[in-house]
Design a protein around this ligand. Structure first.
Ligand code: 7PM
Length: 273
């Protein structure tokens, strides 16, 4: 299986690591535009040096419970970073659900769209169809502000797979070739611990969709519930979760701790060779 991702052709026979790059002002940066941009670009270069195969650039509009970021603000955060990473050597993904951000990001060099809304926003299918970018179609239940309050399913595997199958069909009908698609069960997006564990336990069933599977478990609250660790102390749990996901069929793991994950996957691959 080869994923068409802009001008890249990604070989899916070995697991790929997608490194998370947040473009978010924090208490140190004081909102300074250049500082935020330069910090994100430096972080991106570090993740490539650590072995990241793909970078995921996010202006934080998609995080569960996060404050909504305006279109203007999101563009001002992510576009300078994408421009700064143009030609960096690995495909760069844009984490957004907004079609306007997708279009501008692709023009600024993004090779992939990571959409927690699975291209359901009006216009999103057409923007991706008109490009050669890959797309990650993710499942979520509810809206990011409230989805973790009372997630409910009759059969979580069935419902998530059904939804993703429908989004694959919608994307295909819009003119996006299947070899540009990735699916993602959306761990933590409107799911209880039991729902997340069921999805991970049975992740292999997603391979029946015949598109690469992306799993994002890194530092998530389900790992906090299991280990009792605070978010910045979940690296070991995250590496374990990424390895389990790969063992159960994930092709791409989306992670904060790239170096540790790359090493763990090297051990897995050595045993598998
Ligand atoms: C708070 C909670 C902040 C969770 C941020 C998050 C995914 C994603 C995110 C995922 C794909 C995070 C998440 N998670 N995109 N974006 N899959 N495709 O850990 O699981 O970054 S936001």
């Amino acid at each position: 299986m080869r994923l068409h991702c802009g001008s890249f052709r990604l070989d899916m026979s070995r697991p790929l690591v997608m490194g998370i790059v947040n473009v978010t002002p924090d208490s140190f940066s004081d909102g300074g535009r250049h500082f935020v941009r330069d910090t994100a670009i430096a972080h991106a270069h570090q993740l490539i040096a650590e072995g990241a195969d793909i970078l995921d650039i996010g202006g934080e509009s998609t995080r569960p419970g996060a404050q909504e970021v305006s279109l203007q603000e999101e563009l001002e955060r992510v576009l300078p970073v994408l421009e700064g990473l143009r030609g960096v050597g690995v495909p760069v993904s844009i984490d957004t659900f907004k079609p306007e951000v997708m279009r501008a990001a692709i023009a600024a060099g993004a090779s992939m769209v990571n959409d927690i809304n699975a291209l359901q926003q009006p216009g999103a299918l057409d923007v991706v169809a008109a490009s050669n970018a890959a797309v990650c179609l993710m499942h979520k239940q509810g809206k990011p502000q409230s989805m973790q309050l009372a997630p409910q399913y009759q059969d979580v595997m069935h419902e998530v797979m059904d939804f993703l199958q429908q989004r694959i069909a919608a994307a295909e009908a819009a003119g996006i070739a299947r070899n540009r698609m990735v699916v993602d069960p959306g761990f933590g997006f409107g799911k209880s611990l039991e729902h997340n564990l069921a999805l991970l336990r049975h992740l292999h069933d997603f391979t029946r969709m015949n598109v690469p599977i992306l799993a994002g478990l890194s530092r998530k609250s389900m790992l906090g519930m299991i280990t009792g660790q605070e978010v910045n102390k979940r690296a070991a749990a995250s590496v374990a979760a990424a390895l389990i996901a790969v063992q159960r069929g994930a092709h791409i793991v989306r992670v904060h701790d790239v170096k540790e994950t790359v090493d763990a996957l090297k051990v897995w691959q050595a045993v598998n060779a």
